[in-house]
Design a protein around this ligand. Structure first.
Ligand code: 5GW
Ligand code: MN
Length: 254
């Protein structure tokens, strides 16, 4: 195992600062945001300056959590799309715009996460120029099982790949995350023009991006583990865990 203190020391010397983006739109805010933020304050890049950017349609409902020194939280209002696929996909556009309008000059790295998860222990070892996460459902499966988009009409189409990446966490330098977000957003828009939608939405496009542009740092499924998986004995330390899915409650239309 690596020594996390060595990574922290390097980043403290370099004055590394990190932006963490998270979307909590509609019912996802009440269901997940408080656990996400309070666990991040305890277990995400402790010792480095971190600013949370919470994107929501319900800004007044963002929990007021107590922040440690050098930590900050900003709330950005976004529109709520009626289709959940669009809620998920529009994140790429918003992230790209934020990098240009807000992050440039303020941060060295940006990390983008799903809200339905809880931090256990993620340190500065996870930082890198271009960071991708191996999906915990596929790390021990053969490629034939990977759920890449298989429709040649979609921009996300890929015949084969190397890993199946999970879109619940990605990150890197501002420049690299901007390139990823632009690639995914433009591909999503082109698919819309062609009246197709990739199998797993933004995740399909992200997989295509990382197939064409290899990440510099690959995070193991420890970094986004689902405790319902049977092969947890191989996971020494679940560093981020999936919150229990509440699809019946959250995915039905009001
Ligand atoms: C709602 C219904 C179905 C799918 C997604 C949503 C949804 C997602 C939403 O209503 N509000 C919202 O903020 N999201 C954001 O998109 C959250 O940050 C969420 O973590 C992310 C991806 O959606 P997930 O977590 O339901 O997707 P999976 O791939 O983890 O199942
Ligand atoms: Mn999720």
């Amino acid at each position: 195992m690596f020594d996390p203190k060595l990574y922290d020391k390097k980043h403290q010397e370099r004055n590394t600062s990190v932006a963490l983006t998270v979307f909590a739109v509609g019912r996802y805010l009440d269901a997940y945001l408080n656990t996400f933020l309070t666990s991040a304050e305890k277990h995400f890049m402790i010792g480095l300056p971190v600013t949370y950017y919470v994107f929501t349609d319900l800004p007044e409902k963002v929990p007021k959590i107590e922040l440690a020194p050098q930590r900050d939280l900003k709330v950005v209002t976004v529109q709520r799309y009626s289709r959940w696929q669009d809620i998920s996909m529009m994140r790429m556009k918003v992230i790209s715009e934020m990098i240009d309008m807000e992050f440039e000059g303020k941060f060295n790295y940006v990390f983008c996460l799903d809200v339905d998860q809880e931090f256990k222990k993620i340190g500065s070892e996870a930082l890198g120029e271009s960071v991708a996460l191996v999906h915990s459902y596929f790390f021990n499966l053969p490629k034939e099982k990977f759920t890449y988009d298989k429709n040649p009409k979609s921009k996300a189409y890929m015949e084969t790949g190397d890993y199946y990446y999970h879109a619940a966490l990605f990150g890197g330098s501002l420049q690299n995350v901007k390139a990823l977000a632009d690639f995914c957003h433009l591909s999503i828009m082109e698919d819309k023009l062609n009246e197709v939608e990739a199998l797993w939405h933004d995740e399909s496009h992200l997989n295509k991006y990382f197939w064409l542009n290899k990440p510099s740092r690959l995070l193991s499924p420890e970094y986004c583990w689902d405790n319902n998986l049977p092969d947890g004995r191989n996971i020494l330390l679940a560093r981020l865990v999936w919150a229990p899915k509440q699809y019946d409650k959250l995915r039905t239309r009001k």
